[in-house]
Ligand binder design. Sequence first.
Ligand code: ATP
Length: 360
Amino acid sequence: MARISLEGISQNYDRRSVDPADLALKPLDHVWQKGRAYSLLGPSGCGKTTLLNIISGLITPTTGRILFDDRDVTHLATEQRNIAQVFQFPVIYDTMTVADNLAFPLRNRGLPRDAVARRVAEVAALLDLTPDLPKSARNLTADAKQKISLGRGLVRSDVAALLFDEPLTVIDPSLKWELRSKLKAVHRALDMLMIYVTHDQIEALTFADEVVVMKDGRVLQIASPAELFEFPAHTFVGYFIGSPGMNIIDAEVDGHLASAAGHTIELGARYAKPPAGSVVQIGFRPDFATLAPKGGYPVRVRRIEDLGRRRIARIAFGPHEISATVPYGVSLEGEEAGLTIRTDRLFVYVNDQRVYGEAP
Ligand code: ATP
């Protein structure tokens, strides 16, 4: 199978309500490609699990179709979709050995003994479970049990997709990093379509080729981690991804200039006049705004935090407090400083959506 397509999918749990704002998942079209790793990222209640469950067949969407290649599977149960799933908590058989747990999904499908043994050995090696294979699953730690769950998800090479719902929740924080990079390596080795739900941006960004950022049931942006960082299409993406998040300031935009925080700011592109009554803002990341003793927009420095790899200053920019980078080698005396913003990373948002200007 090469792809899973969603066409006009939406979910309304409260069938009495016809208000689009009440949809747990707002209408969505998207194509998930084989061999790609995706994360669904967003705060609690934004609709990640709903979307995952629609793909797996645990729920039937209120509107729309799901196609596995050209086959319409909208009304097929999970078992008929050939999907593997890994949940928050381990799903394993305590009475069996680790090897039998891993072998179970393959034996269930009638695979020959030697093929089962080969595949179990392969997946155990990928997850560092080889020494545990003969042990009973009962007495293992929660971490080890969840690794077996991951193994059971990975063991069938013929699945259409492998879906993870916050699989590292029970994993000890010190092991999370290791398992995360292991999953990434497994993805590279197995060339499967994987979709991974999390509310943790580090997990999402390290795992995925493409991250689907969601809020209030709506998909705000689907892009690579680098693109989400450099070109946020929505103010929430700017604010949610990155630490500290993007500086977002109310502004009036006129052509290639913005008035914001008492300053006239050069935008680097020429913008159409936003419709009357809309909320207009400019946004720029602290990483693309730097301080120097002089030059640029005059600001007052409130404090500087040394984060080891970089120094971030909190500064007063008109009535706003925003963040900017103090490059190493730059020393600031007193509170007065000058702020320079990279115009190719300075964006205009109208009602939270990025709008695009024309070259000046
Ligand atoms: P979390 O990270 O907390 O699991 P999520 O992003 O996965 O959140 P969902 O579980 O998909 O979000 O929930 C989206 C919205 O749908 C929420 O408002 C939730 O309360 C609602 N919801 C989810 N499942 C049901 C259900 N079975 N019946 C009614 N409402 C539901």
